[in-house]
Design a protein around this ligand. Structure first.
Ligand code: GDP
Length: 516
């Protein structure tokens, strides 16, 4: 069991608020709080998971102002009888710092697994710091960022993936980011990794036993079983690693580029997307917008909009936006919103743009539906199908073949909208959800990796498993398998923390916010 100093921190933000919570954790948490809290009961007399009303007092002031009466100098506790409401002790008033509620959670059933006291005081920063100062004077130490969670980890209550999920939960900005991190916090990833590691360990142990004790453990036919097991495990590891991109999308937003020929309505589409946000930040809109990254929130999906300044520039400086820049944006995007002008015929510009989008996730927005239609839908549909569904006419034998390399959807995604009238926004949101968060829409509890560290560990594990497969194919001796199996085992252990070096763990916790 890890045991260290008793730590304390302001757990709520460092800005004035109605209530502020100060958290104290460690062997001496209760004793230290007893020294500064005056209520109907001592903190040490409270049942676990109960709260008590009372006052935070400065024991030094009481000591100065009073005789021994009513104040137990031995443990610094001001007893209930001599409490602040006791008229016999007018001096106590001067010692009062705040009116509070304390909550006691005794070891091992607390966040850190240690004795923990939470003090709900008023949320003024000066006040909270004063209470913190008292706690420090009475023997606690100010916690480092993430130290409460680090203790939960070191005391074995949570693994590293769950510890990291704590910060993701705090930082989640969308429904989907929240549900992904809550899943991780719940231990979904820990369980998955544990079961994979167990299987690897079993295989390794079996080989080693067979090598040591061939009479009782036979390797006959084992290679086939091992090959099957490694193949399946590698599949799972790869799937997890691949979910990283989805995880990034969930956390940071879908990188979205709006592309289209001049006057198609890109700027208007942008404004339509920013509608909700603009409602919140009316004052700054327009002023800071060109330099900042812009985000649009569409019914719970976050879009990170690429090069919005470029889009605005096109209004006056059509020439300025170079082809290279557009290509760069296309490359960096998870999603392309291709804006076609429905009130003008399809032209070479449109065609060129469409062709440059092959291999990307694209939604074609046929804009200006409020105006008479001039675009040729049949021609547009055919072109989109060709580029996005790989349906091209193979001239050699006249049959339609599908070019898998180009394929990215079964049907091109097309919506008719009127950016000017805000028509089609909901449909667009629904479509984006379907394209990017299909798993969640179906209520699928698929695990999503949202942490680069985890992705790298999964990648290394998969490489090692690949080497096992190779050794099996080449008929190499069994000890070769065990080396690589153990390498995969170690890599996966980095995710849960089992094989993580202390200094790396420290680095991870240092990224946390104060009080967590
Ligand atoms: P951009 O050059 O692609 O950014 O296009 P803009 O968004 O600046 O739009 C070009 C012109 O088309 C402007 O005059 C817009 O008001 C107009 N426009 C954009 N969307 C619509 C729409 O849905 N309906 C109509 N009637 N006009 C639109």
């Amino acid at each position: 069991m890890y045991s260290g100093d008793t730590i304390c921190a302001i757990a709520t933000g460092m800005a004035g608020s109605g209530i502020g919570i100060i958290r104290v954790s460690g062997d001496r948490a209760i004793e230290i709080c007893d020294r500064i809290f005056v209520g109907r009961k001592k903190v040490s007399e409270m049942e676990t998971f109960t709260a008590a009303y009372g006052h935070i007092v400065d024991p030094a002031v009481i000591e100065e102002n009073t005789s021994d009466e009513g104040f137990d100098g031995d443990n610094g506790h001001v007893s209930a009888e001599s409490g602040i409401n006791n008229r016999k002790m007018p001096d106590m008033k001067e010692a009062v710092i705040d009116e509070v509620v304390v909550l006691v959670m005794k070891a091992p059933h607390s966040y850190t697994t240690e004795d923990t006291v939470e003090i709900d005081c008023h949320g003024g920063v000066f006040l909270m710091e004063k209470v913190l100062g008292l706690l420090v004077r009475e023997g606690a130490r100010v916690a480092e960022p993430g130290e409460f969670t680090k203790r939960a980890y070191l005391n074995g209550r949570i693994d590293m993936s769950e510890a990291e999920a704590v910060m993701d939960v705090i930082n989640a900005e969308t429904e989907s980011a929240l549900s992904a991190s809550v899943g991780q916090l719940r231990g979904d990833l820990r369980e998955k990794i544990a079961s994979i590691r167990e299987e690897i360990l079993y295989n390794t142990a079996y080989i080693e036993s067979a090598l040591d004790d061939p009479e009782n453990y036979s390797l006959d036919g084992f290679n086939e079983k091992l090959a099957e097991s490694v193949e399946r495990i590698d599949g799972e590891v790869k799937r997890l690693a691949q979910s990283f991109d989805e995880g990034r999308i969930v956390r940071e937003g879908i990188r979205t580029a709006i592309i289209g020929k001049p006057n198609a309505g890109k700027s208007s589409v942008l404004n339509m997307l920013l509608m909700e946000e603009r409602a919140i930040v009316t004052d700054v809109a327009g002023t800071t917008r060109d330099t900042l990254e812009e985000y649009a929130r569409l019914s719970g999906v976050l879009l990170k909009l690429i090069d919005t300044a470029g889009i605005r520039e096109t209004e006056d400086k059509v020439e300025k936006i170079g082809v290279d820049k557009a290509q760069e944006n296309i490359k960096a995007a998870d999603l392309i919103l291709f804006v076609a002008d429905g009130a003008r015929p399809l032209d070479d510009d449109d065609k060129r743009i469409i062709r440059s989008l092959a291999g990307k996730k694209v939604i074609t927005l046929i804009n200006k539906e409020d105006l008479p239609v001039a675009i040729n839908r049949t021609e547009l549909d055919a072109l989109l199908k060709e580029v996005f569904c790989g349906e091209t006419l193979d001239l050699t034998d006249g049959k339609t073949v599908s070019a898998d390399a180009k394929r990215n959807t079964t049907e091109p995604h097309i919506l008719t909208i009127s950016a000017k009238e805000g028509q089609g926004r909901d449909e667009l949101a629904a479509l984006i959800k379907e394209m990017f968060l299909a798993g969640e829409a179906k209520g699928n509890s698929q695990i999503v990796i949202s942490n680069e560290r985890h992705k790298n560990a999964l990648y290394d594990a998969s490489q090692a498993l690949g080497r096992v497969k190779e050794s099996l194919e080449n008929g190499l001796p069994e000890d070769f398998y065990t080396i690589d199996l153990m390498a995969a085992y170690e890599s996966l252990g980095l995710i849960t923390g089992e094989t993580l070096a202390d200094d790396l763990a420290d680095k991870i916790f240092a990224e946390f916010c104060m009080g967590k």
